[in-house]
Design a protein around this ligand. Structure first.
Ligand code: FAD
Length: 362
């Protein structure tokens, strides 16, 4: 692609926004077209960046390098938009049982993982001040990790949109896949305009996309809850226990979640399952002493590709048609790295890593 040709970015979620900024940094012209829906996966995301996650208590893939890149990237955005979007944050993870504690003892043998850990309550009665037991119910101990943080996705998306809109490179609209034509010798044509490339960053809806409906999506609907828990005022760390987390916001307001629904009716992406929400409520009531008052539930679909693959790259038969998807539950951490990787491939011809290259994962 020639440097002066414009890129059409479809979708302004965490994927499309990171891609737009990466092109901006390189001085490559682009236009982002987004439907401007009130609720999307990126708009409701808690934006947590967590070093040690999941039932297996693993350190996130390439955590330190991706986190460093994400932090530098968000700081760059903050300078350009004049608003704070990323906040470092300590996080407490409680062990669900003794087996989890034993597993974590083994995990701590990895020096890179151990570097993220500030203190551990091994459940032997020694008070390491992990949590105030008048606020949280601690049964099997746990640990505090640093090095993570959270992206205020709402502010990041809004401020980025404003920045691009003021410069004429953001538009509200819908780009239907069947309205995009890759014309040999001309470029990508959409609504009478010609672009050097189109990159689809549409989240889970790519499952119905005429160009990419063969990608094996296994997306999962999920809900996040705005709640009040005045007894947690003063606590600023995220507390995570057995599949749920509570993110205090300082003044007694909290966000909590998530639910995880791999089976859902695609006609209702914004309606959380009552059973899953009831289970989340039980878990939270078992965690927060005195319970919480639910205020609002928000639901959307995380774009997940089979085997939790983040995928970027070109359509197998169309060089000018790109794809950036599969951020799963880790969009805040991975989008800045993935967007740079894709742009370096697109503009400099750098090879994509096999693990994330769409063409190697057909
Ligand atoms: C409950 C829940 C909690 C989460 N918590 C976290 C968390 O703590 N940390 C974290 O990192 N991630 C979290 N995530 C995951 C995170 O939200 C995703 O990784 C990320 O939002 C995916 O971004 P995306 O840009 O790929 O997709 P999306 O956010 O879905 O963005 C796609 C965009 O494309 C637009 N679009 C679609 N089709 C078209 C079209 N034809 N034309 C124009 N525009 C179109 C949509 O309107 C949308 O704006 C969570 C997700 C959920 C559901």
């Amino acid at each position: 692609m020639r440097a002066e040709e414009r890129v059409l970015i479809v979708g302004q979620g965490l994927a499309g926004t990171a891609l737009a900024w990466r092109l901006w940094e390189r001085g490559v012209p682009f236009v982002v077209v987004d439907r401007d829906e009130a609720v999307t996966c990126s708009k409701i995301a808690a934006g947590l960046v967590t070093p040690i996650t999941g039932m297996r208590l693993n350190l996130n893939w390439r955590f330190e390098s991706q986190r460093d890149e994400a932090v530098a990237f968000y700081e760059g955005v903050e300078q350009r938009v004049g608003e704070r979007v990323y906040f470092p944050l300590k996080q407490v993870r409680l062990f669900r049982d003794e087996a989890a504690r034993a597993l974590f003892r083994r995990r701590m043998e990895d020096p890179v993982l151990a570097r993220q850990v500030v203190r551990v309550d091994w459940g032997d009665g020694a008070d390491v001040g992990l949590l105030d037991e008048r606020q949280f119910c601690v049964r099997h101990g746990g640990f505090e990790q640093s090095g993570g943080g959270y992206l205020d996705a709402e502010v990041y998306l809004r401020a980025s949109r404003r920045f691009f809109e003021e410069r004429g490179c953001w538009r509200m609209g819908e780009v239907r896949g069947d309205a995009v034509v890759d014309e040999v010798g001309v470029g990508v044509r959409w609504e009478g305009e010609v672009f050097g490339a189109v990159i689809f960053c549409q989240g889970w809806e790519a499952v119905r996309h005429p160009w990419f409906d063969w990608v094996p999506f296994q997306s999962a609907r999920g809900s996040i809850i705005q709640a009040r828990a005045s007894q947690l005022a003063g606590e600023e760390r995220v507390v995570n226990s057995s599949g749920c987390w509570v993110l205090p916001r300082g003044d007694g307001e909290v966000r909590l979640g998530p639910t995880y629904e791999p089976e859902f009716d695609a006609r209702f992406p914004h309606e959380g399952s009552p059973e899953k929400l009831a289970r989340l409520r039980e878990r939270v009531d078992g965690l927060v002493v005195g319970g919480v008052e639910w205020l609002q539930v928000q639901t959307a679909v995380r774009p997940i590709v089979k085997r939790a693959k983040l995928l970027v790259g070109r359509h197998p038969a169309h060089e000018r048609v790109g794809f950036f998807n599969g951020l799963g539950s880790k969009g805040a951490l991975r989008a800045p790295w993935a967007a740079r990787h894709l742009v370096e491939h697109w503009m400099d011809g750098k090879e994509l890593e096999v693990e994330v290259d769409l063409r190697h994962n057909l």
